[in-house]
Ligand binder design. Structure first.
Ligand code: ZN
Length: 388
């Protein structure tokens, strides 16, 4: 292929992205996608390792005498959503859809890979990490558990997400705590069921659960500094089968979002105390299941500044701005718990929201997002990345 991201190459990348979109694969099932990724990278001269974290791929390219190393990550998994876009390249797999644009992230990183291999205009080591199971299954943690950073050492790690509502091709950065930690908490309220006409002979878990839901509304408002951010959501209540039967138990399913370990721990402690005490006041008891969740994502300000300077240099100040911290979660947080780096956002334009059946990734942003990765590699490895 010819020069840097010309129309012919951009059309080829858009076609590749649409091909991935037609063939969505869920967490740890990204077999076709990872095979395609590995084949392309090998063809461009990368040293490619497969099977890291199930379907994960790591591609390395060493050039020049530089001792530095940088990793860039793309996610490959789709979601269990039935697509409703009606587009010509809509999902061909019932009940699966690239509704978060990971088809786009994968294509952007492949476009950058081809350009890095073609120009070899950097000195050091580039590692491209294509991870499975971002949406569900903590693919980042599994890659780390399987020796990612021992086998493929890097100085820093970067990732990006497309962002609906931000102008197409604009770049957004968040310094410090950027994306929330999320934990699941399941509270089972245990009572004693019976006839709906004889409540005095029962311990009604429905009433106790309702009281717990209302009391939980005070966890954030009465325990967390108003200048901090946290969310407690009861997203599901399951219990009972008939209007005239008091059930034995009711299950509440909660998510808790926070940005610091201190606030996370405080919220969890309050939830457990409220659930237990509320249930007890009705004569009921609780069983609580609280597995470890996704950690908060915290951008290292110095490494975030390197990326911001690359975006400023390539695209100018009109296309670069800050975002406030986001209450959504992202498993890139696991990587940043081990390596310094940053996670940033590129505008997807006025598209439907992420995880919506109407969403589609905007192919018009592939070229500039790939240019950004190539520019970041050069800036980072040159050690001349501007003021940090
Ligand atoms: Zn996503």
């Amino acid at each position: 292929m010819s020069g840097e991201f010309d129309a012919e190459r951009l059309a080829a990348y858009a076609a590749l992205r649409q091909h991935l979109h037609r063939r969505p694969e869920l967490a740890y099932g990204e077999h076709e996608t990872s095979a395609l990724v590995a084949e392309k990278l090998r063809g461009w001269g990368f040293d490619v390792a497969t099977g890291i974290g199930g379907t994960g791929v790591v591609a390395s390219l060493v050039n020049g005498p530089g001792a530095g190393s940088i990793a860039i990550r793309a996610d490959m998994d789709a979601l269990p959503i039935t697509e409703a876009t009606g587009l010509p390249h809509a999902s061909e797999v019932a009940g699966k859809m690239h509704a978060c644009g990971h088809d786009g992230h994968t294509t952007i990183l492949l476009a950058a890979a081809e350009e890095l291999a073609r120009t070899r205009d950097f000195s050091g080591t580039v590692r491209l990490i294509f991870q499975p199971a971002e949406e569900d299954g903590a693919g980042a943690q599994r890659m780390i558990d399987e020796g990612l950073f021992e086998r493929f050492p890097v100085d820093a790690m970067y990732g990006l997400h497309n962002w609906p509502g931000v102008p197409a091709g604009a770049f957004r950065f968040i310094d410090g705590p950027a994306m929330a930690a999320v934990e699941l908490i399941i509270i089972r309220v245990l009572g004693r069921g019976g006839h709906g006409a004889k409540p005095h002979l029962t311990v009604d878990p429905v009433v106790a659960a309702a009281s717990i839901v209302m009391a939980l509304q005070s966890v954030v408002s009465r325990n967390i500094d108003p200048s901090e951010t946290a969310v407690v959501t009861v997203g599901a209540i399951h219990g009972g089968i008939a209007p005239n039967v008091i059930p034995d138990s009711v299950e509440l399913q909660l998510t808790v979002r926070s940005f610091t370990p201190e606030i996370r721990d405080r919220i969890k402690a309050r939830i457990l105390a409220i659930a237990e005490a509320q249930a007890q006041s009705f004569g009921a008891t609780t069983e609580i299941f609280a597995p470890p969740g996704y950690p908060a994502l915290t951008n290292d300000p110095a490494h975030n500044a390197i990326a911001r300077n690359t975006a400023l240099r390539l695209f100018g100040p009109d296309r670069v701005a800050a975002l406030p911290p986001l209450a959504v979660s992202e498993d890139f947080a696991y990587f940043l718990a081990h390596k310094p780096g940053a996670y940033l956002f590129v505008g997807n334009g006025a598209s439907a929201e992420l995880h919506s059946p109407a969403y589609d990734f905007n192919d018009a942003i592939i070229g500039d997002a790939a240019r950004f990765w190539v520019g970041l590699v050069r800036d980072f490895l040159s050690g001349n990345a501007g003021p940090v």
